[in-house]
Design a protein around this ligand. Sequence first.
Ligand code: FES
Length: 201
Amino acid sequence: MVAFALSRDVIDSPVGTTLLDQQLVVYRTSDGVVVADDICPHRGVALSAGTGDGTSVACAYHGIRFGSGGICVAVPAHPRSKIPARLNLRGYPTVERYGLVWTCLRPDPNGVIDQQLPTMPHWDDPGFQQVTKNMDTDQDPRQIYDFNLRIFEEDRAIVEIQKPENLPLDPRIEVNIAADRSSVAYRRGLRGLGLSQFFTT
Ligand code: FES
């Protein structure tokens, strides 16, 4: 499974996106997020041009509505007729976790999706701080190396006059302020691993 959207960006209104050259529509209902091909099964209009109300989305052309799981729930031209299953959207398994929306364009035929997600057991632990970064896969790696080297060189002069020389794992050795939450958690994690040889405990 791949993460392709921030959970907070997925709203009632259908939004079009492209994943691995496949055009998808994503929208939110009270039952969760729906990810499907961005095409209305009726006459091929992009569903991302439609509207949503939190329970379903409506195609911009003839107003056919699709709800949770991409199931067709209303055909305005024939409100009393049975809705054919062929009007349901072609959807993909979707999981919201770690503040992200995950999907898979080639789902496991056995329906197994949860085990394919990376495990981040401390994600909801208040003692840990989440640090995320968008990586540009087209960026020249040399730019990343140069940037990290510049940051390292900026810190070098300060770090080399810092005491103690080893990383202090005992939080009483220094005075921590609120902004140090992630470094305190990091040191606590190192202590929990039993590290001490290159650290001050
Ligand atoms: S094309 Fe979507 S409702 Fe007709």
